[in-house]
Structures are given as C-alpha cells and as structure tokens.
Design a protein around this ligand. Structure first.
Ligand code: MG
Ligand code: MG
Length: 263
C-alpha cells in the first residue's frame, strides 16, 4: 500500500479464533504460490497463470481478494521485470530471464492472507539472482525482528540493514501493512527507517498480524505508476523484486501464516 507518514489508528489484536481463520487464508495463499512455481515458464502469459491461480483459490474455498479491490481486474498482481507491484496480468509471453513477481491475496471466512514471491522465468542473470536473494534475506530479517516488545522500527531497520549492504534501492513509496478482517489494516510498515514516519514507534504486541513486504530495485529507489493506473514500475527501468509474507506476532515470536507448514 502507499506510504503515508501519518500515524495509523485502531490496530486490531487478533483472538486465537481469528488467528485460526487467518491460518486457513494463509494456507490457501501458500498452496497457490507453491503451485504457481510450476506454471511460470517461458512462453506462458501472466493472464494464463492468473486464471490458474483464480481457479485454484476458488477450488480451495477462498475468494481472490485482489479481484475487484478498488476496481483491480484480476486475482493476482503480476509484475514483470521493471514492474514492482500491482501489475495487471496480460497476454504478453514470458521469456527466459524475466522476473515475475506474483502477489496473491485470499479471503476466506471474512479473513485475509497476502503473500508475494518473485519467480525466475527459466535462467536469470547472476545480478537478478543476487537481487532476489537480498530481498528474500531482507524479508527474513524483517520477520525475525517481529517480536513482542520490539517496534515497527525494528522490522524496518532489519530490512534496511540487509539491503544497505548492497547498492540496491529500497522502494519507499509502498509499505507493508496490518491485515485481518481487511486486506490493508493499520499499521504501516516501511522497508527502511523513514524519517518522521509515526508508525515506526508502534510497539509490537501478541495478536498483531502484519504483511511484511520489502521491494528492492537493482537501480535507484524511485518508482512511478503507468497510465493503466495500477502498474508500479522503477523510474530507471531497471529490475525490481518483491517478497511478502503474512506474519502473526505470537507470544513465542513471529509465525508465518502464508506457509505450507503447520503453524
Ligand atoms: Mg501482497
Ligand atoms: Mg500486502
């Protein structure tokens, strides 16, 4: 979601029963993303992959959460190469060396799950590999910092620290978010320690559920939106990557809900 420096209000803490529902949503998201790994290949289109994803979500009893969200037309956000997030699936053939960022949201039983993964199309360049690895590491570091008693700032700092070990750019205009009965809830989670960003001082408490989602660019941090009103691309046209998990902050620490493993 788009970053705003204003403080978020009304952060909801989920009950154990709500967490159980969110586990179901997360499991469907994870199942679909695992299946999509087999669908991404040179010669396929993002529209074809999107149709498979939608079919599978519905078969598993869920609803594709992005479809119709503020008028978004598809089940997935499918963003290729310089597209960072919010790409609309289309009929262009994927080709060897492309990077496809597939973002999937599911609602079931009034609760949401949200996760994104970057899929290499065939063989990708070493620098694209490195870009993906750094973003995955940054996500893992952010998740590891999602511990009761710490702050949103600690998540942001952990993500930023990993990326700053490289020359890659961190996307600043889009942020992670709370999630639950709504796809996007308070608070906002920037992927760097953003000056004057009020939500950074929010303390992490058991029962919070956060979608943590670093976006990392091979070049500079700047992004812009295409004329379709959705697709966010890097301003310098260079590659971007995006990984996201829905994470429950439990008494014991962070638990990824968008996983195939039993939580
Ligand atoms: Mg997402
Ligand atoms: Mg999200």
């Amino acid at each position: 979601m788009t970053a705003s420096a204003r403080a978020s209000r009304g952060i909801s803490l989920k009950s154990p029963e709500e967490i159980e529902r969110m586990k179901r949503a997360g499991k469907i998201v994870a199942t679909v993303l695992a299946a999509a790994r087999e669908w991404v290949a040179p010669g396929k289109t993002t529209r074809w992959i999107d149709a498979r994803v939608e079919e599978m979500i519905v078969d598993l009893g869920g609803r594709p959460a992005f479809k119709g969200y503020r008028g978004f037309p598809s089940a997935t956000c499918s963003s290729v190469n310089e597209a960072v997030v919010h790409g609309i699936p289309n009929r262009k053939l994927l080709k060897e060396g492309d990077l496809l960022k597939l973002d999937v949201g599911v609602e079931i039983d009034s609760y949401y799950g949200d996760s994104a993964w970057t899929f290499p199309v065939g063989n990708i360049s070493p620098e694209a590999e490195e870009l993906c690895e750094v973003c995955r590491d940054a996500l893992a570091a952010g998740i590891a910092a999602a511990v009761p008693g710490k702050k949103i700032r600690d998540i942001a700092r952990a993500i930023e620290k990993r990326v700053r070990e490289t020359d890659f750019g961190i996307v600043e205009q889009y942020v992670g978010h709370g999630i639950g009965r709504e796809l996007h809830e308070a608070p906002q989670i920037p992927n760097y320690v953003a000056k004057g960003f009020a939500d950074l001082d929010i303390k992490l408490r058991p029962g919070m559920v956060l979608a943590i989602e670093p976006m990392v660019n091979l070049g500079g941090p700047d992004v812009e939106t295409l004329d379709d009103g959705w697709t966010v691309v890097t301003s310098d046209g260079m590659l971007s990557t995006h990984y996201e998990h829905t994470v429950w902050i439990s008494e014991e620490g962070p638990q990824i809900l968008t996983t195939l493993e039993d939580v």
